[in-house]
Design a protein around this ligand. Sequence first.
Ligand SMILES: [Fe+2]
Length: 568
Amino acid sequence: MYVLGLTTMGESAAALLHDDEIVACAEEERFSRKKHHVGFPHQAVRYCLRQAGIGIESVDHVTHYWKPWVLGHRVAHTLSLALKSFSLFEARARRGASQVRGHYLPMFYMPLKVRRDLGGGRFRFHYVDHHVSHAASAFYVSPFEESAVLTVDGAGEDTTVLFAHGRGERLEVLRRIKLPHSLGQFYSAATNFLGFDMFAGDEYKVMGMAGWGEPAFYETLSREFLVRDAPGSFALDVTFLDHHLAKHHRYGERARALFGPPRRPDEDLVQRHYDVAASVQKAFEETLFHLLRWLHERTGSTNLCMAGGCALNSLANGRIAANTPFERFFYQPAAHDAGGALGSALYLRHGLLGLERRAEAMRHAYYGPGFSEAECRAALDEAGIPCERLEDDALLPRVASALAAGEIVAWFQGRMEWGPRALGNRSILADPRDARMKETINRKIKLREPFRPFAPSLLAEASERYFGRALDAPFMITVFPVLEQRRGEIPAVVHVDGTARPQLVERSTNPRYWRLIHEFEKRTGVPVLLNTSFNVQEPIVCTPRDAVRTFLATEVDHLALGNLLVSR
Ligand SMILES: [Fe+2]
């Protein structure tokens, strides 16, 4: 049985299941080259079908990550705002009308659209609740038979937080928090307040800044504006910081009174901005822990699955263990809306049809397209770039030596990653031992804000050595403290507060990348590489052609396309 899952608004994506197996998942942005692509995932769908070697006529079910008819709550909320604040009402009503025209109405025609664009098909079409899709994307591929599940994002149809309990094939919804009380929208509004762009996914910049600030505004924030009003609940005062007004860079008096003036994008960052970030992050975290404590009480579980855009807050994720009773964790690597494509398909199989869960948990994210050596060679030929072909036994030592000598390598191998993190198949790699590497990379490759940390890939076997215990962290989605005595060994990947966001590389899931890090270890005694995504301003590279173009736009020293090596 084939199930095709779709995410069709922001972060659009497609995923394909064949019985128990995840055949393919990919985000449309990687093909369209438009970050956070909005719209139907034409190319991602075609890729998924191609990967399976089937046409749409073989697909039994198509699932969609959103129920377009759950509009009532939003309408009622917008109308209620008219009594409170005309500007809030106006901003929402205007956006609501364009959303209905632009996104909601076309969703009703989605089955027709799929048939028209892909040439027919006998599939049955299913709309799945947005947060249920997020929840399914984590629970059904987790290693847990039983687990508490929390999903948190800006908003689905009307829900912003979903509490659930997964047992076997059952995913029981316990409770929902609805608009306007949204942790994701609060964080996004603060992102724009700090002069960044929520539409560009800049929330991670606020997270990066938080480590440099003091949470000076936290007390007021949590007493007056983001209030934990009852167990498992919170209330956001949208007249303080409203997501819809913030989209247009408009902010209320009370936000200005507390935080000072909003930052213009071109304005220098000062300590106050870092303090706002630290306060917002702390308010976010404390609210999250508060919700999780309730979820633990209710389920009695010490396992936790999470998804939804807010589950990409790696800093908060890293603090859950110390602040709640949860002990074991699984995060869907595509925690943002793209993951709804996979989640809606999984929910159909298990939640709706009751079919038995796949036995194996998701241990890697290599579900995107891969390319042959001939395709890699053609991309280089097209650009007129000479290359050398080396077997792994020669290539891996050569690249490891270059890295140990302080050179930077663009590393392209195998199938592309699913989700926002590069995990060694579309990565730029460097030596983590050199404290100045951050500046070198920023200079040679991308203009990044100086507060943004780089992350390490390390051999799973080295977890104890750097973190004092065996971590389960394959997806770079959780921040952990690095042992104090080890921080000096890998300064380029340790954040100002002594933490890092690691990818533990297992030999069984990515043997070639594992071997490369091991070769680096042989030369340096350090089983760690600095790993940042292979892209400049654009989405992460997908094809060999994207890789060559991006390589040429940087001063990276080497490009490895599979077994083909290019050196400057
Ligand atoms: Fe979402």
